[in-house]
Design a protein around this ligand. Sequence first.
Ligand SMILES: [Zn+2]
Length: 266
Amino acid sequence: MRLIVKILIRIFVFFYLTILTQIGGIVYIISLFLNKKWKTKLNLKPIITFCGVYLVSILIIIPLIAPLFGREKVRHSDSIKPTNYLTVLLNRNYIRPKLNEILSQVEKELEGTDIEIHYLDANFPFLNNFPLLPHLSHNDGKKIDLSLIYETRSGEITNKQKSISGYGVFENPKETEQNQINKCLNLGYFQYDYSKYMTFGKINKDLVFSEKGTKKLITNILKNKEIGKLFIEPHLKQRLNLNNSRVRYHGCRAVRHDDHIHIQLK
Ligand SMILES: [Zn+2]
């Protein structure tokens, strides 16, 4: 009985780590094997082995192998950064080289402004059709989510965010704007605003959504013809007066996009 429970727990941990980081499950199996070889009485041995193998994998090995699968890490710079470094630690920061080129180009276009590019979930390093949950479509290296831009109450653009994870603090529709959120929720798509549970905490509550900053970021992204689609909630599309045909609605089956924008290559 005890053996069966042990095996079931290991299977659960394997799947959980795989869903979260793609390589975590394999790293877990390797670390179980190494634990058997490593003769020490240290209590923390399993954790030390797992963390050691995991860190060596994500920092050294995977960046070397990912290009064989047509992907590379999002290149950081002074103004291209993850909103939360957990994205990097969880291995969710891989994209096709073309998307890196586009981000660099947008960064150049934004020179002289205070706007930085803060990215959220992108893709895992390997295998097409392996989804990066909860985003079903982030499965081919072509997709990346970006943070909205905020400003102070006096209109100064800032690169701070309103949620620790970068997700889940919404810029709600005004009374006069289209309310697609209610529409989807009323149709029974209960997952539509689930990201409200993913904030990891709300911060910088005095900041407000920057229309000028977010619009500038979006128009510069859309200057690039290789970008096939950009998703943003309909009321923000309306508020920012975004007329480009590549600004699309993602549908009720996704989650609401008024806490971030999603861009993807053609
Ligand atoms: Zn997305």
